[in-house]
Design a protein around this ligand. Structure first.
Ligand SMILES: Cc1cc2nc3c(=O)[nH]c(=O)nc-3n(C[C@H](O)[C@H](O)[C@H](O)COP(=O)(O)O)c2cc1C
Length: 266
């Protein structure tokens, strides 16, 4: 199973609701999912006076949290056609992670909301996706398997670039059933790709490996990345049978191809 972070900023609760649906979809794919939000930048007084939704259960993320997930799905409402400054400010702190290539090869996705249908949803999604690509991430959108994005029977969000919702000018419209289906669909798709790239696949046996030459424990391929397990060590010391060793070899091959994703020079 892969580890997925749904990271969001929400002033009025629309993106918070979408984040819950995205997380639900990722869990359906068997991922371990955390929902976190980024810090607020406006003062408490401004937030209260502006009727922000202050009771949000999600813990506040720290930038280094990002490195410990296989997939990160980012949601933020439109601000003049691009992502909110709260989310941009948070991501701007990822310089250290970027330098280390710590996010290379992770899976990413974007979702958003706007007051009006054509108020900048796609440009906002791309402003998030641009960040994800600079981080070296593999982007998963909202494919047309979510056919609800094509309906003309109702006003609806949803685009191939990511799940969306439309709030109305006064913010009174919460995500519709169709939009939440889209959000769940995208969460599931991101997690499925992350499972394939980084996680344990239900059809594969768990394998036992040595770590630090002594310890036995069950591990998933995603957890092996960057650790000290050396293939030759496993072959020499592994006390289990040839079948288990074969499975380990398959995993080692998969890991080798993953680790061949180039890191930043230096
Ligand atoms: C400063 C500001 C700029 C905004 N710009 C746009 C915009 O360009 N287009 C639009 O449709 N909605 C715009 N909105 C509306 C927000 O996108 C909307 O309130 C938000 O998506 C609601 O999501 P939330 O409840 O999760 O914060 C803007 C809102 C604010 C406060």
């Amino acid at each position: 199973m892969s580890k997925v972070l749904v990271l969001y900023y929400s002033s009025y609760g629309h993106i918070e609701a979408m984040a819950a649906a995205v997380a639900e979809g990722a869990r359906e794919a068997g991922a371990r999912v955390d929902i976190k939000r980024v810090p607020e930048l406006v003062s408490d007084k401004v937030a209260r006076d502006s009727h922000y939704k202050l009771d949000q259960a999600a813990p506040v993320a720290k930038i280094d949290d990002l490195a410990s997930y296989d997939a990160i799905i980012i949601g933020a409402g439109t601000r003049f056609g691009r992502l909110s400054s709260q989310m941009a400010n948070f991501l701007d702190q990822a310089g250290g992670l970027w330098m280390r290539g710590a996010l290379h090869g992770k899976v990413g996705g974007a979702f958003t909301s706007s007051a009006t249908q054509h108020g900048g949803q796609e440009t906002t999604l791309f402003s998030i996706i641009t960040n994800l690509l600079h981080f070296g991430m593999v982007v998963v959108g909202l494919d047309y398997g979510h056919a609800g994005q094509m309906t003309l029977d109702e006003i609806t969000g949803g685009s191939p670039y990511g799940a969306t919702t439309i709030t109305g000018g006064d913010g009174s419209r919460m995500p519709s059933a169709n939009e939440l289906v889209g959000a769940r669909y995208q969460g599931r798709k991101v997690a499925e790709v992350a499972n394939k790239l980084h996680g344990w696949m239900p059809s594969m046996p768990k394998t036992r490996v040595y770590r630090w030459g002594r310890e036995h424990r069950h591990q998933y391929p995603g957890e092996l990345r960057g650790r000290c397990v050396r293939h030759s060590d496993r072959r020499r010391r592994a006390p289990w049978g040839a079948a288990a060793q074969g499975a380990t070899d398959v995993l080692a091959g998969a890991l080798k191809s993953l680790s061949s994703i180039p890191k930043r020079d230096g």
